[in-house]
Design a binder for this molecule. Sequence first.
Ligand code: SAM
Ligand code: DTB
Ligand code: SF4
Length: 323
Amino acid sequence: MSTRYDWTIEELKELYAMPLLKLIAKANLLHNQLHEPAEVQVCSLISIKTGGCPEDCKYCAQSSRYQTSVSVQPMMQYEAVLNEAKKAAERGATRVCLGAAWREVRDSKQFEEVLQMVKGITDLGVEVCCTLGRLKERQAERLKEAGLYAYNHNLDSSERFYKTIITTRTYQDRLNTLDIVEKANLSVCCGGILGMGEDPIDRLELLLMLCRRNPHPESVPINRLSPIPGTPLEDQPKVSIWEMIRVIAVARIVLPEAMVRLSAGRIEMSYEQQALCFLAGANSIFAGEKLLTVANTPIDRDEEMFQLLGLKKRSAFAKGCLK
Ligand code: SAM
Ligand code: DTB
Ligand code: SF4
């Protein structure tokens, strides 16, 4: 099957509305053809600069607009970051994502430090991804030169719904940054969050936006909102696992070669629920005690799940799919 860039919203709606087991079967067929189904990539997050972000993303613990339990922290030191990355790699992580609560990258001493961290972690033989907010062409090139593998910049939802969640930047700003990332030959990581009060159509419009990009993003994180006390979304009801599975399956079908990452919200999922997500096409998780600021599934539970399901941890820099 050749990669398609001309999906329509009607087609996505049809997929989303399929009987669940049929939808999973369809996604699983593609997943087995294009990926090694027993393999899951383990990623690890390091929040190198936590809190105090000037943006107003309504879901985020790190926005300075909301009173959350997250306090502003100074940027982490090189050694501490490298140590965390080493520990993660020893536990089987083959991708390390460095996050900073910045609106944008500035040409500064801190950026130079990030470049050093990227170099140091890349030398450990793992894929490094950064999520630092908006960035300029030259900054993207410098990250690439330092060895950066991927850049994460989520679109989060449909353009229509995005406006109700974030007012300090536009959807178009996000798309422009994605273009800059792509131009620097960095691998694009772009996904979204479920459970912010959006309609299913918003989730599908996000997927449509992603699968109409040429090339497709190589990495698509699917987050379930982790409601943060103090943020406007603190009381959002939890999105059902069935909705999660449907989104993952549609993502697998329309973005067949991408890594689909089961991201925030895994802590509340049973092994059985996660197994269904893997069957539907998810092939990566974030492991470690914490995501950026919130608690994640305990490490020993993930080890047990890998044992029980007979999963293998994917190696670094493996080609995205078997094709
Ligand atoms: N500041 C950078 C930016 O905006 O691109 C990166 C950091 S941000 C924490 C990365 C992504 O994590 C967000 O785009 C969102 O999809 C996800 N995220 C943030 N807070 C979350 C929450 N409370 N629950 C679920 N996902 C969340
Ligand atoms: C992504 O889409 N999810 C990860 C990663 N990319 C950077 C981050 C999840 C953050 C969850 C909320 C927190 O820890 O504050
Ligand atoms: Fe800042 Fe990123 Fe959080 Fe938005 S999601 S408030 S940009 S750290």
